[in-house]
Write a protein that binds this ligand. Structure first.
Ligand code: UD1
Length: 419
């Protein structure tokens, strides 16, 4: 049964909120557990829908997975099946993260082309060509990507674009390859650093994670480990923008502020006061935000996953802003929903021009992906009445205890079944 949120406008959020481990890390870490026989335990896991979905993928490959609150334990057998189940995989994008580990462990992998958010075309060409450089053959067959390799051998690989997913699959294949792999133009996201830290604690030899050049010296085998998942910078950023949009005062814990450097700097330019601590930050806003331009880029640029929040704040800002989307071309579908709320926006290719309005006018809106869904809830908080956000299953895929945390910060928000 579908559910919806009823969001009361006119809110000002304040208080302390803790973020859990990152969705975009935990799912890759779970997949990486395939690389070592035995039990790998992950701590600080978010309680979101995609974690049990990844459990189903891993169980289909022969693993035993237990989820107890924030602790996920994956027991990987000596022999792993190379066939990732179609129904489990197609439900979410991150399932493709099993491709690299399966190619490395089994010498073959069959992974259905993944589904996921409606944010634009998401080909796997860089994942495939990276594995091919390591000595695999790959092709698409009956809706699955198939990789085969009698042996993986280290190579020099230069990515056309610093793709997060391709970087992950190449690293998780190269850790068990023979010899040295040098990956150039690698993604630098904190979730890549987290994955490489876990792999190194399993016995891998990876240098340069978090820079554009990652060097991997292959080892014969890895051993299981215990690892704490890095904090979710996108969830943390959502709370930061909620504070600024609602003229509130929120302290966010469980996150390295450096992982959100640009997003927080933009809030300062918009007029917010931002204080940073070792693993927390505080955002306070007293006035109407000033208009600020944004362009999304790979890390350390402004994250595409916070683009709906940038649009949200620009919608109610004093002045005009230009938001440029450089990563996923279909993300501006979100703007159509903002127009329903009274935004003054014009989309032109991968730019949207927003002229800030003083008030948003509540109505029914539909979440099209995780981040757009959260962005609509933030917009509902500053609208003039009750906004109904439909299709909230998207939000549940990325934001643990979202309604409860919103309420703890002073929002009036209800979850109810669609009639
Ligand atoms: C990950 C995140 C997603 C985030 C994105 C960018 C997960 C589960 N998802 O997605 O939340 O928005 O990083 O930070 O971690 N591309 C190709 N060919 C490829 C691979 C990618 O053309 O082989 C393109 C994509 O279509 C997209 C761009 O590269 O335009 C970035 O994609 P990528 O960095 O790979 O994102 P994901 O790993 O899919």
């Amino acid at each position: 049964m579908k559910e919806r949120f009823l969001v009361q406008g006119g809110a000002s959020l304040s208080g302390v909120v803790a973020v859990d481990g990152a969705k975009n890390s935990v799912l890759k870490l779970m997949a990486a557990a395939l690389l070592a026989e035995g039990t790998t335990t992950l701590h600080n896991c978010p309680e979101i829908l995609d974690v049990p979905l990844m459990r189903d993928v891993l169980v289909g490959l022969g693993c035993d997975v237990t989820i107890e609150g924030p602790v996920v334990a994956i027991t990987t057998p000596a022999e792993v099946s190379p066939h990732a189940d179609f129904d489990a995989v197609r439900q979410f994008r991150a399932s493709v993260a099993v491709l690299g580990p399966l190619a490395a462990r089994c010498g073959e992998a069959y992974v259905a082309l993944p589904g996921g958010d409606a944010i634009g075309s998401r080909p796997l060409d860089m994942h495939q060509s990276g594995l091919e450089k390591l000595g695999a053959t790959t092709h698409i067959q009956h809706g699955a990507v198939v990789a085969k390799a009698e042996k993986l051998t280290g190579a020099t690989i230069k990515l056309d674009f610093p793709s997060v997913g391709a970087t992950e699959n190449i690293v998780t294949a190269a850790v068990l390859a023979e010899g040295r792999t040098v990956l150039d133009n690698a993604a630098r996201e904190p979730e890549i650093v987290d994955l490489c830290a876990m792999l190194n604690s399993m016995g891998a030899r990876i240098c340069g994670a978090g820079t554009s050049t990652v060097t991997i010296d292959g080892v014969e085998r890895l051993h299981p480990t215990q690892h704490t998942v890095v904090g979710d910078r996108i969830v943390a950023g959502t709370w930061a923008y909620a504070a600024a949009m609602t003229r509130g005062d929120i302290t966010v814990t469980g996150i390295a502020p450096g992982h959100l450097h640009l997003a927080l700097s933009k809030l300062k330019v918009a007029g917010a006061e931002v204080e940073t601590y070792d693993s927390a930050f505080r955002v306070r806003m007293n006035n109407r935000p000033k208009a600020v331009d944004y362009q999304t880029l790979p890390f350390p640029g402004f994250p595409t996953d916070l683009q709906p929040m940038a649009i949200g704040i620009a919608t109610i800002a004093d002045g005009a802003s230009v938001i440029t989307e450089n990563v996923f071309e279909a993300r501006f579908r979100f703007v159509d929903e903002m127009l329903r709320l009274g935004a003054d926006a014009n989309v032109d290719g991968h730019h949207v021009v927003l002229r800030g309005v003083e008030h948003l006018s509540s109505t029914d809106v539909w979440a099209s992906d995780i981040r757009a869904g959260a962005g609509l809830v933030l917009a509902g908080l500053v609208a003039d009445d009750v906004t109904t956000v439909h299709d909230v299953a998207h939000i549940d895929r990325g934001y643990p205890r979202f309604v409860e945390k919103m309420r703890e910060l002073g929002a009036t928000i209800e979850r109810e079944k669609e009639r």
